[in-house]
Design a protein around this ligand. Structure first.
Ligand SMILES: Cc1cc2nc3c(=O)[nH]c(=O)nc-3n(C[C@H](O)[C@H](O)[C@H](O)COP(=O)(O)OP(=O)(O)OC[C@H]3O[C@@H](n4cnc5c(N)ncnc54)[C@H](O)[C@@H]3O)c2cc1C
Length: 491
């Protein structure tokens, strides 16, 4: 059932549920529906602060965040409505690379507490939820159909290829509203803003939510899941921690709010390479795909650098030509057979403990202390990315397939103006050992019996892949574990 508290004269005062989920973005919607379908004997309540249309100014202000020295387009990075930020996501999707599940020893980060093999059964149904036509990611399958779009890369070299796919993009609110409304054991309340959690010892006993002009609805449940997006989930947990110290576990973990990261781009320079390369969004059969260049697994493991990917975009402007090459057919780069490309890298950010969300003393209309975001970029990020560009340049030159020209310099001004991709990562990271993270491998806070998180805030290492596909797979995994099916996911 779907109930809008703004439109209901007599909203319920109290609901009892097996599971109460707060936040109806991709994580909350998928978890709620997966769980309700697998456990018809359970009652699920899904609380969503927004409605079915764009948030009002008054609702938007609830999300206001103070910023540290680094700029961040935080207002545009979230949407408070049914479907959450999928209301304006881009739909780029790709599972993390296998190497992204372990962190090099020198990083201050734990490995993922679940392996890719454990996540794998939930990736196929995650593609169904995100309406991606295929879950195959082998670039060689695309190469076999369109060889002219790919470079010839040495098999044991430092450069490999990977593939992205695309969701339409699915607007989870519009797409799954009917499913939420029609699910008999599920109550989805709109304009139900979570503002308080009641705690007895290490258990949450109830939460309270209300429309901005309405009276509170209290929800008692056996388990509670915060799926409010990476920033807001962290803010709720920091509010719940209150004045307690941060030298403990779970809610009192020193990691709560730290290691905030977002993916961002670096444009390293120009590339001269064979014409018609397809390392960018392109058509393959009836779908869109995006092959990219990335470090080979061996090179990544040997170097202990961050992961990164490189896109090439044809550049018709004459001044983009690497000096001296474009007009010199004698050097082996005849103009029509070789094109100039602009470059774009998506950098894997390294977890940085001082990049963090804290609370200010100001409060929003719901009475919750506001968040302050001090985003810091790890100094190793761009060095790793540029080292890969160096490797790529060497491969191009050694194989006679082109040249590059590096123009990027990691000046403080450049780093200060780097724009995030709106992925809120790392601030409630999960880890086996409570000393290394806030939550356990299911997303349960280490010191709480029944409080869980479903969000990219759980990621302890970030890779360069956009996070939503993995967020959805983790939500399906959690539903599957709770439903007692640990091996097979719904398809
Ligand atoms: C412009 C843009 C482009 C993007 N492009 C991509 C992309 O190409 N690929 C990709 O993978 N990701 C992309 N993302 C990121 C993607 O949108 C997020 O990863 C995804 O939406 C996260 O899902 P979520 O359910 O964790 O959080 P959200 O989608 O943020 O949902 C959280 C929900 O919680 C609700 N909520 C918050 N506070 C409360 C409260 N107090 N009470 C009740 N409800 C509350 C919100 O209203 C919202 O519905 C993009 C984001 C933006 C902004």
């Amino acid at each position: 059932m779907l109930t809008d508290l703004n439109l209901t004269p007599q909203p319920p005062r109290h609901l009892d549920a097996d599971v109460c989920i707060c936040g109806a973005g991709p994580a909350g919607i998928v978890l709620a529906l997966e769980l309700a379908r697998r456990r018809p004997d359970w009652r699920i309540v899904l609380l969503e602060g927004g409605g079915r249309s764009m948030p009002s100014e008054r609702e938007r202000v609830l999300y206001d965040v103070g910023l540290g020295t680094k700029s961040y387009a935080v207002a545009a990075s979230r949407r408070r409505m049914l479907g959450g930020t999928s209301g304006h996501w881009g739909g780029w999707c790709k599972p993390l690379d296998p190497e992204d599940f372990t962190a090099p020893a020198a990083w201050s980060a734990p490995d993922w507490p679940i392996t890719l093999d454990e996540l794998q059964p939930f990736l196929a149904p995650a593609h169904v939820w995100c309406e991606i036509p295929s879950d195959r990611y082998d670039p060689d399958e695309v190469r076999a159909r369109q060889p002219q779009r790919f470079l010839e890369l040495p098999a044991d070299g430092p450069v490999a290829e990977r593939l992205f796919r695309f969701s339409p993009p699915t607007r989870f609110g519009a797409r799954y509203a009917d499913a939420l409304a029609g699910q008999p054991n599920l109550d989805c309340l709109l304009h139900a803003n979570l503002f308080a959690l009641e705690r007895r010892g290490d258990r949450i006993t109830s939460v309270s939510a209300r429309a901005l002009d309405g009276r509170p609805v209290k929800v008692s449940a056996g388990r509670f899941v915060l799926a409010q997006g990476g920033l807001e989930t962290t803010r709720t947990l920091l509010n719940l921690r209150g004045d307690a110290s941060d030298d403990g576990e779970g809610l009192r973990s020193p990691h709560l709010g730290r290691h905030f990261a977002d993916h961002y781009g670096v444009r390293p320079g120009a590339v001269l390479a064979p014409a018609e390369l397809g390392y960018r969004r392109m058509a393959d059969e009836t779908t869109a795909v995006m092959p990219v260049l990335a470090p080979s697994p061996g090179a990544l493991a040997r170097s202990e650098r961050q992961n990164v990917c490189l896109l090439l975009d044809p550049d018709p402007s004459a001044d983009a030509l690497p000096a001296g090459y474009a007009t010199h057919a004698a050097l082996g780069f005849p103009p029509r057979a070789f094109w100039n490309y602009r470059t774009q890298m998506i950098v894997e950010p390294r977890p940085h403990p001082d990049s963090r969300i804290t609370l200010t003393d100001a409060r929003c209309e719901l009475g919750l202390r506001r968040a302050h975001l001090d985003w810091r970029i790890h100094p190793e990020d761009t060095a790793s990315a540029l080292a890969f560009f160096d490797d790529f340049s060497a491969v191009l030159a050694q194989t006679g397939q082109g040249r590059t020209r590096l123009t990027y310099e990691a000046t403080p001004a450049r780093l200060a103006s780097a724009n995030g991709a709106n992925h809120h990562l790392g601030t409630v990271r999960f880890a086996h050992d409570p000393k290394d993270g806030v939550a356990d491998p299911d997303g349960r806070l280490h010191d709480m019996e029944n409080l869980y998180v479903a969000s990219s805030a759980l990621f302890p290492r970030y890779g360069y892949s956009n996070p939503t596909l993995t967020i959805v797979a983790l939500a399906i995994r959690l539903a599957s574990r709770w439903a007692g099916e640990t091996r097979e996911a719904r398809t």
